[in-house]
Design a protein around this ligand. Structure first.
Ligand code: G3I
Length: 322
């Protein structure tokens, strides 16, 4: 059947997918849409694999939520992008404010990664090993790992994940790295840093949380993706959504359709842009309104699970024929 995933695959990509979350899985109409593999060949758990869910207290691991999403994907025959091992947010306070010294925090980091990656071994096409390690100006973001261990926490994390699941592709994932600039350059430097330690890094995830009418041009995104590919890594669009003031005007939806098509076109243009994920598929479950008040309408399906034909068709057409 024709759909977003079918078209992406026809264009040479591994998948078109969506994020999801455990609380949404009791919504049967929603799950039916998510499980339609013509549209979605891949799932990312939006929260279920983060540190606070997986290891809420030291040495106690809880995989129920992550397992539920992996099981759904397997039942549907969908790939899973596993998200995320090392992030300053949704990090339990026992890690954040534990006051651990360098050696102890390294061992906590390695243990967390080894346990979690081993648990999901063979089930993750990608792992977002590290998420959002950078400030907007390209400096490292202060977090307990950077502040205690220094930038070496990144190569340590990648090397540890590679040992636990040699077949998963290991990604660095961040936002505002989708066009050239200080932050994109810094993300390229993270790739080089990890490589310089002899650790494996396979890809970079461009989150792509965009705003209608001010998303980078297709050409700017293509050039930027190529800059990463030149370092020997692949790229995936990992969390695309394009928000606007709500309720969205007809003009905003028309612009949004063009903006979605620009990112699809950029990924299509680069063979090593391997996959494409939107950060949930319906406005019903988007994270945007709770964080950006008065904004939303960011996804191709509205809050009633109705497809926005203009946006959906723009994505289809940007991938090209089936
Ligand atoms: O689970 C609790 C629930 O028990 C409680 O009653 C409720 C009350 O607020 O909160 C629930 O937790 C929320 C959680 O999502 C699960 O729904 C948190 O408050 C909320 O902050 C959390 O938001 C998530 C956000 O990451 C946190 O930073 C979003 O769902 C998730 O979509 C979002 O995803 C991130 C990516 O991981 C990284 N890139 C940016 C992206 C968007 O922020």
């Amino acid at each position: 059947a024709d759909g977003l995933n079918t078209r992406a695959v026809a264009a040479g990509k591994e998948y078109f997918g969506s994020a999801t979350d455990n609380g949404e899985l009791t919504d049967t109409a929603y799950v039916t849409g998510l499980s339609n593999t013509a549209d979605f060949g891949q799932i990312t758990p939006g929260n279920a694999m983060k540190w606070d869910t997986i290891e809420p207290s030291r040495g106690t691991f809880s995989y129920t939520k992550g397992d539920a999403i992996v099981a759904l994907a397997q039942k549907n025959g969908q790939k899973v992008r596993c998200h995320t091992l090392v992030w300053y947010s949704q990090l339990p306070s026992w890690v954040k404010t534990g006051g651990f010294d360098n050696a102890t925090l390294i061992s906590i980091l390695k243990n967390h990664i080894t346990e979690e990656v081993t648990h999901f071994k063979g089930q993750c096409l990608h792992w977002d090993v590290a998420n959002e390690a950078l400030n907007e100006d390209g400096t490292y973001r202060s977090n307990v790992f950077y502040d205690t261990i220094g930038p070496a926490y990144l190569p340590i994390a990648f090397a540890t994940a590679a040992l636990a699941d040699p077949d998963a592709k290991l990604y660095y994932n961040d936002y505002n790295i989708e066009s050239a600039g200080a932050k994109s350059t810094a993300a390229q430097n993270i790739v080089k840093l990890v490589q310089s330690y002899g650790a494996k890094i396979d890809g970079v995830g461009m989150q792509a949380h965009f705003i209608v009418g001010s998303t980078p041009s297709q050409a700017a995104q293509t050039t930027n993706i190529n800059a990463f590919v030149a370092l020997g890594v692949e790229v995936a669009i990992t969390e695309l959504d394009i928000r606007t003031t709500t309720p969205a005007t007809a003009a905003a939806v028309t612009q949004q359709a063009k903006d979605y098509a620009a990112t699809v076109g950029a990924c299509k243009a680069v063979a090593k842009c391997v996959g494409f994920t939107i950060w949930d598929y319906t406005d019903k479950y988007s994270w945007i309104p709770s964080v950006f008040s008065g904004q939303g309408a960011a996804l191709p399906w509205d809050a009633d699970l109705v497809k926005k034909a203009e946006v959906y068709d723009a994505i289809l057409n940007a991938w090209g024929s089936a």
